[in-house]
Design a protein around this ligand. Sequence first.
Ligand SMILES: Nc1nc2c(ncn2[C@@H]2O[C@H](COP(=O)(O)OP(=O)(O)OP(=O)(O)O)[C@@H](O)[C@H]2O)c(=O)[nH]1
Length: 525
Amino acid sequence: MLLIGVFAGLLVAAASMPYVLKLEAEEAGGEVQRLLDAIEDTVSSACFVNDSELARQALSGILRGGTISSASILANGHVMATVGTRPPVSKSVVRAVRSPFFQAETVCEIRVETSEQMLRARVYEATGQTLAFMAMQGAIVALAAMAGVALFVTRPIQRISGALHGISRGKDGVIVVPKGHDDDEIGQLVADTNGMIESLTRAAAIERGLREQRERDEQRLRMIFENAETGLFTLDAEGRMQSWNPACVRVLGGPLHHDEHPSLEDLLPPLATQISAMRQRCGERERSVSEDLEISDESGLQRWIQLVLTPSGGGTLQGLANDISDRKRAEEAARELAVTDSLTGVLNRLGFNRRLADLVSEHARDRRHGFSLAMIDLDWFKQVNDTHGHDAGDHVLRVVAKRLEGLVRRTDTVARLGGDEFVVLLDGVIDEAAALTILHKVRQAVLEPISLETGAIAHVGASIGLTVVSETLCGPEEVMRRADAAMYAVKKASRNDVQLFGAQGAPSAGAAPSLPGATAERASG
Ligand SMILES: Nc1nc2c(ncn2[C@@H]2O[C@H](COP(=O)(O)OP(=O)(O)OP(=O)(O)O)[C@@H](O)[C@H]2O)c(=O)[nH]1
């Protein structure tokens, strides 16, 4: 600050130098005129009386001040007197001197030379003094300013700074306004700083609260993530596992190590194609894809996994994996139940209808693939119920179902349509004679005595209507109608017999003539 003050003073002094020079030149000019005024009368007398000695003495007087370097008096074209030495660079001043008696008459003229060097020396001297004065003045102003700043600015600011340092983190703090600064900029600064501290403290408290809340949320999410029954995982853009929870290892059948990042396809090689297709679809559609995938574990046990993939930006995916084996088994059981006759365990009407529809479709596609359908209605069954009770009747139905299943191949179908009505589908059997042979075996098997739990023996027969579907295209209803018609023909004629649909009047092969009501009639549509 002090240096700046001195420098500023010097600068001002240097800037004022041309002005000082001009002043000094004017001052020197004025002095020369005054000196000439002082000797003019003496020189006038000396010239009038032509006294060169007097003239020289008068000139000598004006040299003493040092302003004039040389002077001479010219009278009538001659140098009357001369003093001093003419400097190399000078400025001349000429004064015409009048006669002491006749003012209009010029008796001589005084010519003086002033030295430029002398003038400059005087300017430098004056400037030097000015510079010193200004520098001193600048220094004094700077010192005063420094003292003022120290007293009125620096000290209050230091106090504010000390107070600011004294405010510790997480603690409210207020700075006291320094004495006498209530209404000035320092006071305003303190008020603003206090306002800022207050808002910062408030913001810090809010931020702390949010951070604590976020930590609690993260802990909760981590707990859910770690303990979830569902496998949760993330995949990078190349399909590699980035993170996963313990359930993921259980569901996918691990092991998974955190320093390895296998792909889902690596973890489930048999499903690699399906998983890659899922990832591709997920990426293309930018929405979740879900699939139930069947795999067998190391022990050969079939398992079902529900896999859900969801895009999570930049080609990465989030995934869920659930072991849905129990659900799938339950669904399968429910499906089985829906098509199974609960009493006998063979297919019920729904299951039979589906199987018949399948065979009819297959036949429609390929006529060589025909089948035979036998409609079987038990004879004298009501009597069993009436004589031995309903439970005994149930037992007879179960035994008959077992006997039917025992007589046909695994590819054939036995179903109970309801009451004492059964059907047998012989897949691929399109030869009428072969079908009749099988069904007579069936009839014989049903006819075998059935031991009841009570020790009693029950007897039932089977009225069987048969239709063979081979070359002619036939819908399910028509197939049923034909078998039904053939069966009713047996019921009407004799019972306990087999009737082939469409073979009117022909005797039934292998009919049982010993049984009451047995016929060999064939039904007609
Ligand atoms: N035990 C038992 N009886 C049933 C069941 N469903 C139907 N029935 C009975 O089975 C009998 C069937 O009647 P029908 O077909 O007329 O008896 P059926 O003596 O064989 O007469 P035909 O067929 O003319 O020889 C009825 O008495 C029904 O009540 C069942 O699930 N269990």
